[in-house]
Write a protein that binds this ligand. Structure first.
Ligand code: AMP
Ligand code: ZN
Length: 477
Protein backbone atom coordinates (compact mmCIF):
# COMPACT_ATOMS: atom_id res chain seq x y z
CA UNK A 1 0.00 0.00 0.00
CA UNK A 2 1.31 3.44 -0.87
CA UNK A 3 2.37 5.62 2.06
CA UNK A 4 0.73 9.03 1.64
CA UNK A 5 2.74 12.19 2.20
CA UNK A 6 1.18 14.06 5.13
CA UNK A 7 1.90 17.72 5.83
CA UNK A 8 0.83 19.90 8.73
CA UNK A 9 -1.41 22.60 7.34
CA UNK A 10 -1.47 25.78 9.43
CA UNK A 11 -4.91 26.60 7.99
CA UNK A 12 -6.58 23.53 9.48
CA UNK A 13 -4.05 23.02 12.30
CA UNK A 14 -3.70 19.36 11.42
CA UNK A 15 -1.73 16.94 9.30
CA UNK A 16 -3.36 16.40 5.94
CA UNK A 17 -2.58 14.04 3.08
CA UNK A 18 -0.98 16.09 0.33
CA UNK A 19 -3.23 16.09 -2.73
CA UNK A 20 -1.92 18.31 -5.52
CA UNK A 21 -4.11 20.39 -7.77
CA UNK A 22 -2.52 18.78 -10.79
CA UNK A 23 -1.81 15.08 -10.73
CA UNK A 24 1.89 14.38 -10.27
CA UNK A 25 3.11 17.95 -9.76
CA UNK A 26 3.32 20.42 -6.91
CA UNK A 27 3.60 24.21 -6.95
CA UNK A 28 5.45 25.70 -3.99
CA UNK A 29 6.07 29.34 -2.99
CA UNK A 30 8.61 30.16 -0.28
CA UNK A 31 8.90 33.62 1.24
CA UNK A 32 12.44 34.63 0.46
CA UNK A 33 15.04 36.77 2.18
CA UNK A 34 14.96 40.52 2.69
CA UNK A 35 18.33 41.29 1.16
CA UNK A 36 19.69 44.10 3.33
CA UNK A 37 22.12 41.86 5.18
CA UNK A 38 23.44 38.32 5.06
CA UNK A 39 20.79 35.69 5.75
CA UNK A 40 21.44 34.22 9.20
CA UNK A 41 21.27 30.61 10.29
CA UNK A 42 17.68 31.07 11.53
CA UNK A 43 16.67 32.32 8.08
CA UNK A 44 18.34 29.29 6.57
CA UNK A 45 16.30 27.05 8.81
CA UNK A 46 13.37 28.22 6.73
CA UNK A 47 15.13 27.36 3.45
CA UNK A 48 16.50 24.01 4.65
CA UNK A 49 12.91 23.17 5.60
CA UNK A 50 11.54 24.16 2.18
CA UNK A 51 14.40 22.21 0.57
CA UNK A 52 13.47 19.06 2.53
CA UNK A 53 9.87 19.62 1.45
CA UNK A 54 10.87 19.83 -2.24
CA UNK A 55 13.04 16.72 -1.91
CA UNK A 56 10.22 14.86 -0.14
CA UNK A 57 7.85 15.79 -2.97
CA UNK A 58 10.36 14.41 -5.49
CA UNK A 59 10.82 11.27 -3.35
CA UNK A 60 7.06 10.76 -3.57
CA UNK A 61 7.12 11.03 -7.34
CA UNK A 62 5.93 14.64 -7.78
CA UNK A 63 7.62 17.12 -10.05
CA UNK A 64 7.83 20.58 -8.49
CA UNK A 65 7.72 24.20 -9.46
CA UNK A 66 9.38 26.15 -6.67
CA UNK A 67 9.57 29.94 -6.34
CA UNK A 68 11.65 31.80 -3.73
CA UNK A 69 11.18 35.56 -3.98
CA UNK A 70 13.81 38.17 -3.19
CA UNK A 71 12.44 41.02 -1.07
CA UNK A 72 14.38 44.08 -2.16
CA UNK A 73 11.88 46.83 -1.37
CA UNK A 74 8.98 47.61 0.96
CA UNK A 75 9.92 45.55 4.04
CA UNK A 76 9.88 48.13 6.83
CA UNK A 77 11.85 47.94 10.05
CA UNK A 78 8.88 47.13 12.28
CA UNK A 79 7.33 44.47 9.97
CA UNK A 80 4.13 46.53 9.83
CA UNK A 81 3.73 49.89 8.12
CA UNK A 82 5.84 52.17 10.26
CA UNK A 83 9.58 52.58 10.29
CA UNK A 84 12.10 52.71 7.48
CA UNK A 85 12.55 50.54 4.42
CA UNK A 86 15.26 48.06 5.47
CA UNK A 87 17.04 48.24 2.10
CA UNK A 88 17.04 52.04 1.95
CA UNK A 89 18.28 52.31 5.52
CA UNK A 90 21.19 49.94 4.91
CA UNK A 91 22.11 51.71 1.67
CA UNK A 92 22.27 55.05 3.42
CA UNK A 93 24.30 53.61 6.26
CA UNK A 94 26.83 52.06 3.87
CA UNK A 95 26.76 55.01 1.50
CA UNK A 96 25.76 52.76 -1.39
CA UNK A 97 22.84 52.49 -3.79
CA UNK A 98 19.95 50.35 -2.54
CA UNK A 99 20.21 48.37 -5.79
CA UNK A 100 23.85 47.50 -5.00
CA UNK A 101 22.97 46.41 -1.48
CA UNK A 102 20.26 44.19 -2.92
CA UNK A 103 22.62 42.60 -5.45
CA UNK A 104 25.38 42.09 -2.89
CA UNK A 105 23.17 40.25 -0.40
CA UNK A 106 21.21 38.32 -3.02
CA UNK A 107 24.53 36.94 -4.29
CA UNK A 108 25.55 35.98 -0.73
CA UNK A 109 22.19 34.30 -0.24
CA UNK A 110 22.55 32.18 -3.37
CA UNK A 111 26.16 31.34 -2.57
CA UNK A 112 25.28 30.24 0.98
CA UNK A 113 22.29 28.27 -0.33
CA UNK A 114 24.66 26.31 -2.58
CA UNK A 115 26.99 25.60 0.34
CA UNK A 116 24.02 24.24 2.29
CA UNK A 117 23.12 22.02 -0.66
CA UNK A 118 19.72 23.64 -1.21
CA UNK A 119 18.20 22.68 -4.55
CA UNK A 120 17.88 25.86 -6.60
CA UNK A 121 14.27 26.95 -7.08
CA UNK A 122 12.85 27.42 -10.58
CA UNK A 123 13.12 31.15 -10.07
CA UNK A 124 14.20 33.83 -7.61
CA UNK A 125 11.90 36.71 -8.69
CA UNK A 126 12.69 40.13 -7.28
CA UNK A 127 10.02 42.46 -5.93
CA UNK A 128 11.50 45.43 -7.80
CA UNK A 129 11.16 43.58 -11.11
CA UNK A 130 7.41 43.18 -10.50
CA UNK A 131 6.23 46.69 -9.70
CA UNK A 132 3.75 46.71 -12.60
CA UNK A 133 2.14 43.47 -11.46
CA UNK A 134 1.81 44.87 -7.94
CA UNK A 135 0.26 48.10 -9.18
CA UNK A 136 -2.27 46.18 -11.30
CA UNK A 137 -3.19 44.06 -8.29
CA UNK A 138 -3.71 47.11 -6.08
CA UNK A 139 -5.87 48.69 -8.82
CA UNK A 140 -8.05 45.58 -8.86
CA UNK A 141 -8.37 45.65 -5.06
CA UNK A 142 -9.27 49.31 -5.33
CA UNK A 143 -11.87 48.54 -7.99
CA UNK A 144 -13.40 45.90 -5.74
CA UNK A 145 -13.68 48.39 -2.86
CA UNK A 146 -11.08 46.98 -0.48
CA UNK A 147 -8.79 50.02 -0.26
CA UNK A 148 -8.71 53.53 1.18
CA UNK A 149 -6.26 56.37 1.05
CA UNK A 150 -4.44 58.01 3.97
CA UNK A 151 -1.86 60.77 3.95
CA UNK A 152 0.99 58.24 3.66
CA UNK A 153 -0.40 55.59 1.34
CA UNK A 154 -3.10 53.28 0.07
CA UNK A 155 -4.33 50.83 2.68
CA UNK A 156 -6.22 47.53 2.66
CA UNK A 157 -9.40 47.63 4.74
CA UNK A 158 -9.31 44.33 6.63
CA UNK A 159 -12.84 44.81 8.00
CA UNK A 160 -14.16 44.18 4.49
CA UNK A 161 -13.21 40.50 4.68
CA UNK A 162 -15.38 38.42 6.96
CA UNK A 163 -12.72 35.85 7.85
CA UNK A 164 -9.66 38.12 8.06
CA UNK A 165 -7.07 36.59 10.40
CA UNK A 166 -8.21 32.97 10.03
CA UNK A 167 -4.67 31.62 9.42
CA UNK A 168 -3.35 32.78 12.78
CA UNK A 169 -6.71 32.71 14.59
CA UNK A 170 -6.29 36.40 15.31
CA UNK A 171 -8.47 37.83 18.00
CA UNK A 172 -9.32 41.10 16.31
CA UNK A 173 -11.01 42.58 19.36
CA UNK A 174 -7.93 42.41 21.51
CA UNK A 175 -5.50 43.41 18.78
CA UNK A 176 -3.66 46.60 19.40
CA UNK A 177 -0.77 48.07 17.55
CA UNK A 178 2.58 47.48 19.26
CA UNK A 179 3.22 49.99 22.00
CA UNK A 180 6.75 50.71 20.76
CA UNK A 181 5.72 52.05 17.36
CA UNK A 182 3.92 55.24 16.69
CA UNK A 183 0.27 54.55 15.99
CA UNK A 184 -1.03 55.32 12.56
CA UNK A 185 -4.16 57.21 13.53
CA UNK A 186 -5.45 57.29 10.00
CA UNK A 187 -5.85 53.52 9.82
CA UNK A 188 -9.47 52.43 10.10
CA UNK A 189 -8.56 49.16 11.83
CA UNK A 190 -5.33 48.18 13.61
CA UNK A 191 -4.88 45.24 11.23
CA UNK A 192 -5.18 47.33 8.05
CA UNK A 193 -1.95 47.38 6.07
CA UNK A 194 -0.26 49.37 3.34
CA UNK A 195 -0.52 48.33 -0.30
CA UNK A 196 1.30 51.38 -1.63
CA UNK A 197 3.27 53.97 0.32
CA UNK A 198 3.99 57.49 -0.81
CA UNK A 199 7.60 58.63 -0.92
CA UNK A 200 8.42 61.36 1.56
CA UNK A 201 10.55 64.12 0.03
CA UNK A 202 13.00 64.17 2.93
CA UNK A 203 13.60 60.41 2.57
CA UNK A 204 15.45 60.76 -0.76
CA UNK A 205 14.58 57.22 -1.67
CA UNK A 206 16.75 55.31 -4.14
CA UNK A 207 13.80 53.13 -5.14
CA UNK A 208 10.48 54.74 -6.04
CA UNK A 209 8.04 54.45 -8.90
CA UNK A 210 5.17 56.39 -10.41
CA UNK A 211 1.75 54.95 -9.77
CA UNK A 212 -1.90 55.99 -10.18
CA UNK A 213 -1.76 57.17 -6.53
CA UNK A 214 1.52 59.07 -6.67
CA UNK A 215 5.23 58.34 -6.49
CA UNK A 216 6.09 55.71 -3.97
CA UNK A 217 6.79 52.04 -3.40
CA UNK A 218 4.78 48.88 -2.72
CA UNK A 219 3.92 47.54 0.73
CA UNK A 220 5.68 44.34 1.76
CA UNK A 221 2.82 41.84 1.40
CA UNK A 222 1.64 42.68 -2.11
CA UNK A 223 4.90 41.45 -3.70
CA UNK A 224 4.28 37.86 -2.59
CA UNK A 225 0.68 37.92 -3.79
CA UNK A 226 1.72 39.35 -7.16
CA UNK A 227 4.68 37.03 -7.73
CA UNK A 228 2.99 33.83 -6.52
CA UNK A 229 0.03 34.60 -8.81
CA UNK A 230 2.31 35.34 -11.75
CA UNK A 231 4.55 32.28 -11.47
CA UNK A 232 2.27 29.66 -9.94
CA UNK A 233 -1.24 30.92 -10.71
CA UNK A 234 -4.16 30.92 -8.25
CA UNK A 235 -4.85 28.53 -6.67
CA UNK A 236 -1.51 26.83 -6.05
CA UNK A 237 -0.48 24.00 -3.75
CA UNK A 238 1.91 24.98 -0.96
CA UNK A 239 3.15 28.21 0.63
CA UNK A 240 5.98 28.12 3.17
CA UNK A 241 7.67 30.54 5.56
CA UNK A 242 8.70 31.03 9.16
CA UNK A 243 6.15 30.98 11.97
CA UNK A 244 6.52 34.75 12.43
CA UNK A 245 4.83 35.23 9.06
CA UNK A 246 1.54 33.68 10.19
CA UNK A 247 -0.10 36.64 11.96
CA UNK A 248 0.95 39.46 9.63
CA UNK A 249 2.63 38.72 6.30
CA UNK A 250 0.78 35.54 5.36
CA UNK A 251 -2.47 36.71 6.92
CA UNK A 252 -2.26 39.78 4.69
CA UNK A 253 -1.27 37.79 1.61
CA UNK A 254 -4.39 35.68 2.16
CA UNK A 255 -6.50 38.84 2.56
CA UNK A 256 -5.23 40.34 -0.70
CA UNK A 257 -5.56 37.10 -2.66
CA UNK A 258 -9.03 36.25 -1.44
CA UNK A 259 -10.29 39.80 -1.91
CA UNK A 260 -9.03 39.52 -5.47
CA UNK A 261 -10.42 36.14 -6.50
CA UNK A 262 -13.15 35.48 -3.92
CA UNK A 263 -11.90 32.06 -2.79
CA UNK A 264 -8.92 30.34 -1.21
CA UNK A 265 -5.77 30.57 -3.28
CA UNK A 266 -3.32 28.32 -1.42
CA UNK A 267 -4.17 24.80 -0.29
CA UNK A 268 -1.43 24.11 2.24
CA UNK A 269 0.30 26.70 4.45
CA UNK A 270 3.43 25.31 6.09
CA UNK A 271 5.46 27.11 8.75
CA UNK A 272 8.82 26.36 10.33
CA UNK A 273 9.54 27.05 14.00
CA UNK A 274 12.18 29.48 15.16
CA UNK A 275 15.85 29.00 15.63
CA UNK A 276 16.60 30.59 18.97
CA UNK A 277 19.81 31.61 20.63
CA UNK A 278 19.91 31.91 24.42
CA UNK A 279 16.17 31.18 24.21
CA UNK A 280 15.55 34.30 22.14
CA UNK A 281 14.68 34.30 18.43
CA UNK A 282 17.75 34.65 16.19
CA UNK A 283 17.14 37.86 14.26
CA UNK A 284 19.09 40.39 12.26
CA UNK A 285 17.41 43.17 14.18
CA UNK A 286 18.34 41.68 17.58
CA UNK A 287 22.00 41.45 16.60
CA UNK A 288 22.29 37.86 17.87
CA UNK A 289 22.78 36.23 14.52
CA UNK A 290 25.37 33.90 13.05
CA UNK A 291 25.81 33.28 9.36
CA UNK A 292 27.25 30.58 7.09
CA UNK A 293 30.45 32.64 7.02
CA UNK A 294 30.67 32.43 10.83
CA UNK A 295 30.40 28.65 10.56
CA UNK A 296 33.26 28.53 8.11
CA UNK A 297 35.36 30.94 10.18
CA UNK A 298 35.02 28.54 13.10
CA UNK A 299 35.95 25.52 10.98
CA UNK A 300 32.48 23.98 10.72
CA UNK A 301 31.22 22.94 7.31
CA UNK A 302 27.80 24.20 6.19
CA UNK A 303 26.82 20.56 5.58
CA UNK A 304 27.48 19.72 9.24
CA UNK A 305 25.10 22.57 10.09
CA UNK A 306 22.57 21.04 7.72
CA UNK A 307 22.94 17.74 9.61
CA UNK A 308 22.33 19.64 12.86
CA UNK A 309 19.09 21.06 11.43
CA UNK A 310 17.85 17.61 10.42
CA UNK A 311 18.00 16.58 14.07
CA UNK A 312 14.98 18.72 14.95
CA UNK A 313 11.52 18.57 13.41
CA UNK A 314 10.97 21.67 11.30
CA UNK A 315 8.03 22.84 13.40
CA UNK A 316 9.84 22.55 16.74
CA UNK A 317 11.99 25.37 17.97
CA UNK A 318 15.71 24.66 17.91
CA UNK A 319 18.20 26.39 20.15
CA UNK A 320 21.53 27.20 18.56
CA UNK A 321 24.69 26.70 20.57
CA UNK A 322 28.18 26.05 19.27
CA UNK A 323 28.34 23.07 21.59
CA UNK A 324 25.17 21.49 20.16
CA UNK A 325 26.51 22.13 16.67
CA UNK A 326 29.80 20.45 17.56
CA UNK A 327 27.85 17.40 18.79
CA UNK A 328 26.01 17.18 15.48
CA UNK A 329 29.24 17.65 13.58
CA UNK A 330 30.78 14.73 15.45
CA UNK A 331 27.81 12.52 14.53
CA UNK A 332 28.12 13.64 10.91
CA UNK A 333 31.85 12.81 10.94
CA UNK A 334 31.07 9.35 12.32
CA UNK A 335 28.55 8.88 9.53
CA UNK A 336 31.06 9.79 6.83
CA UNK A 337 33.68 7.46 8.32
CA UNK A 338 31.15 4.64 8.46
CA UNK A 339 30.34 5.17 4.78
CA UNK A 340 34.03 5.13 3.89
CA UNK A 341 34.46 1.94 5.93
CA UNK A 342 31.51 0.30 4.13
CA UNK A 343 32.78 1.47 0.76
CA UNK A 344 36.18 -0.05 1.47
CA UNK A 345 34.45 -3.29 2.43
CA UNK A 346 32.41 -3.35 -0.76
CA UNK A 347 35.51 -2.94 -2.88
CA UNK A 348 37.47 -5.63 -1.09
CA UNK A 349 34.70 -7.98 -0.10
CA UNK A 350 32.61 -9.06 -3.06
CA UNK A 351 32.85 -12.76 -2.22
CA UNK A 352 31.62 -12.15 1.29
CA UNK A 353 28.74 -10.08 -0.04
CA UNK A 354 27.69 -12.84 -2.39
CA UNK A 355 27.72 -15.46 0.35
CA UNK A 356 25.64 -13.18 2.59
CA UNK A 357 23.18 -12.46 -0.19
CA UNK A 358 22.81 -16.18 -0.75
CA UNK A 359 21.82 -16.92 2.84
CA UNK A 360 19.83 -13.81 3.37
CA UNK A 361 16.48 -14.96 1.94
CA UNK A 362 15.23 -15.90 5.43
CA UNK A 363 14.44 -14.44 7.90
CA UNK A 364 12.92 -11.37 6.20
CA UNK A 365 14.77 -8.13 6.77
CA UNK A 366 12.97 -5.10 8.08
CA UNK A 367 11.79 -3.02 5.17
CA UNK A 368 14.14 -0.11 5.73
CA UNK A 369 12.94 1.97 2.82
CA UNK A 370 9.40 1.67 4.13
CA UNK A 371 10.47 2.75 7.62
CA UNK A 372 12.26 5.71 6.14
CA UNK A 373 9.27 6.68 3.99
CA UNK A 374 6.96 6.44 6.99
CA UNK A 375 9.18 8.92 8.85
CA UNK A 376 9.57 11.42 6.03
CA UNK A 377 5.96 11.22 4.90
CA UNK A 378 4.85 11.93 8.46
CA UNK A 379 5.14 15.70 8.04
CA UNK A 380 8.85 15.55 7.10
CA UNK A 381 9.99 13.95 10.34
CA UNK A 382 13.73 14.22 9.74
CA UNK A 383 14.79 13.27 13.31
CA UNK A 384 12.88 9.98 12.94
CA UNK A 385 14.37 9.50 9.47
CA UNK A 386 17.89 10.03 10.87
CA UNK A 387 17.16 7.40 13.51
CA UNK A 388 16.22 5.02 10.67
CA UNK A 389 19.57 5.79 9.03
CA UNK A 390 21.53 4.90 12.16
CA UNK A 391 19.46 1.75 12.75
CA UNK A 392 20.10 0.70 9.16
CA UNK A 393 23.82 0.97 9.77
CA UNK A 394 23.48 -1.24 12.86
CA UNK A 395 21.58 -3.99 11.02
CA UNK A 396 23.93 -7.01 10.95
CA UNK A 397 21.84 -8.77 8.31
CA UNK A 398 22.55 -6.15 5.67
CA UNK A 399 25.61 -6.35 3.45
CA UNK A 400 27.79 -3.23 3.11
CA UNK A 401 26.43 -2.83 -0.42
CA UNK A 402 22.83 -2.92 0.75
CA UNK A 403 23.56 -0.40 3.48
CA UNK A 404 25.21 2.00 1.06
CA UNK A 405 22.39 1.69 -1.41
CA UNK A 406 19.85 2.53 1.32
CA UNK A 407 21.93 5.48 2.51
CA UNK A 408 22.09 6.90 -0.99
CA UNK A 409 18.31 6.63 -1.18
CA UNK A 410 17.89 8.39 2.18
CA UNK A 411 20.27 11.10 1.09
CA UNK A 412 17.98 12.19 -1.72
CA UNK A 413 16.08 13.78 1.22
CA UNK A 414 18.91 14.59 3.62
CA UNK A 415 21.13 16.24 1.00
CA UNK A 416 24.37 15.51 2.87
CA UNK A 417 26.47 14.60 -0.19
CA UNK A 418 26.73 11.01 1.06
CA UNK A 419 27.01 9.55 -2.45
CA UNK A 420 30.34 11.29 -2.95
CA UNK A 421 31.70 9.22 -0.08
CA UNK A 422 30.75 5.93 -1.72
CA UNK A 423 33.23 6.33 -4.58
CA UNK A 424 36.15 3.90 -4.24
CA UNK A 425 39.29 5.63 -3.06
CA UNK A 426 42.58 4.33 -4.40
CA UNK A 427 44.95 3.55 -1.58
CA UNK A 428 48.51 4.66 -2.41
CA UNK A 429 51.03 1.82 -2.73
CA UNK A 430 53.10 3.23 0.17
CA UNK A 431 50.06 2.76 2.45
CA UNK A 432 49.36 -0.70 1.03
CA UNK A 433 52.95 -1.67 1.85
CA UNK A 434 52.50 -0.53 5.47
CA UNK A 435 49.24 -2.45 5.74
CA UNK A 436 50.92 -5.58 4.39
CA UNK A 437 53.78 -5.23 6.83
CA UNK A 438 51.34 -4.71 9.67
CA UNK A 439 49.57 -7.97 8.73
CA UNK A 440 52.89 -9.77 8.87
CA UNK A 441 53.57 -8.32 12.34
CA UNK A 442 50.16 -9.43 13.50
CA UNK A 443 50.68 -12.93 12.14
CA UNK A 444 53.96 -13.06 14.05
CA UNK A 445 52.29 -11.83 17.24
CA UNK A 446 54.27 -8.58 17.16
CA UNK A 447 51.41 -6.44 18.48
CA UNK A 448 53.59 -3.49 19.38
CA UNK A 449 55.01 -3.30 15.90
CA UNK A 450 51.48 -3.63 14.41
CA UNK A 451 50.16 -0.78 16.60
CA UNK A 452 53.06 1.36 15.61
CA UNK A 453 52.32 0.87 11.94
CA UNK A 454 48.64 1.60 12.48
CA UNK A 455 49.63 4.96 13.95
CA UNK A 456 51.93 5.62 11.04
CA UNK A 457 49.13 4.84 8.57
CA UNK A 458 46.89 7.17 10.57
CA UNK A 459 49.36 9.99 10.38
CA UNK A 460 49.38 9.57 6.61
CA UNK A 461 45.61 10.16 6.45
CA UNK A 462 44.30 6.59 6.38
CA UNK A 463 42.58 4.31 8.87
CA UNK A 464 43.24 0.59 9.04
CA UNK A 465 40.84 -1.74 10.82
CA UNK A 466 40.74 -5.51 11.12
CA UNK A 467 37.70 -6.89 9.34
CA UNK A 468 36.42 -10.47 9.20
CA UNK A 469 38.25 -11.05 5.94
CA UNK A 470 41.34 -9.02 6.55
CA UNK A 471 42.29 -5.37 6.87
CA UNK A 472 39.89 -2.60 5.81
CA UNK A 473 41.62 0.60 4.73
CA UNK A 474 39.90 3.95 4.17
CA UNK A 475 40.65 7.64 4.27
CA UNK A 476 40.32 9.50 7.56
CA UNK A 477 38.78 12.96 7.83
P1 AMP B 1 13.49 37.79 6.26
O1 AMP B 1 14.80 37.81 5.53
O2 AMP B 1 13.50 38.52 7.56
O3 AMP B 1 12.37 38.25 5.35
O4 AMP B 1 13.19 36.28 6.64
C1 AMP B 1 13.36 35.20 5.77
C2 AMP B 1 12.73 33.93 6.34
O5 AMP B 1 13.39 33.51 7.54
C3 AMP B 1 11.25 34.08 6.71
O6 AMP B 1 10.55 32.92 6.28
C4 AMP B 1 11.28 34.18 8.22
O7 AMP B 1 10.06 33.73 8.76
C5 AMP B 1 12.41 33.22 8.55
N1 AMP B 1 13.03 33.46 9.86
C6 AMP B 1 13.47 34.65 10.35
N2 AMP B 1 14.06 34.48 11.57
C7 AMP B 1 13.99 33.15 11.83
C8 AMP B 1 14.43 32.33 12.93
N3 AMP B 1 15.07 32.84 13.98
N4 AMP B 1 14.19 31.00 12.88
C9 AMP B 1 13.56 30.46 11.83
N5 AMP B 1 13.12 31.15 10.75
C10 AMP B 1 13.33 32.49 10.75
ZN1 ZN C 1 6.31 36.58 1.44
Amino acid sequence: MAIDLKLYNSLSNKKEVFRPLQKGSASVYTCGPTVYDRAHLGNFRSYIFSDILIRALHFNGFTTKHIINITDVGHLTDDADQGEDKLERRAKKDNKKAQDISKEYTDFFIEDSKKLNLLPPNKYPRATDHIDEQIVMIQKLEGAGFTYKTSNGIYFDTSKLKDYGKLANLNLESLKEGARVEKNLEKKNPTDFALWKFSKKEENRHMEWDSPWGTGFPGWHIECSAMSKKYLGFPFDIHTGGIDHKPVHHTNEIAQNEALVGRETVNYWLHNGFMTIDEERMAKSLGNMFTVRDLEDRGTTPIAFRYFMLGAHYRSPINFTWQALKGAEQAYTNLILEIRRLTAQVHTGTVFDQIKNFFITTPPKPDWKKRFTLAINDDLNTPAALAVLWDTLKDKDLTPKEKLSLLITYDTIFGLNLKEETRPVSVPSSIKELVKKREEFRNDGNWNGADHLRDEINEKGFIVEDGEKGPIVFKSL
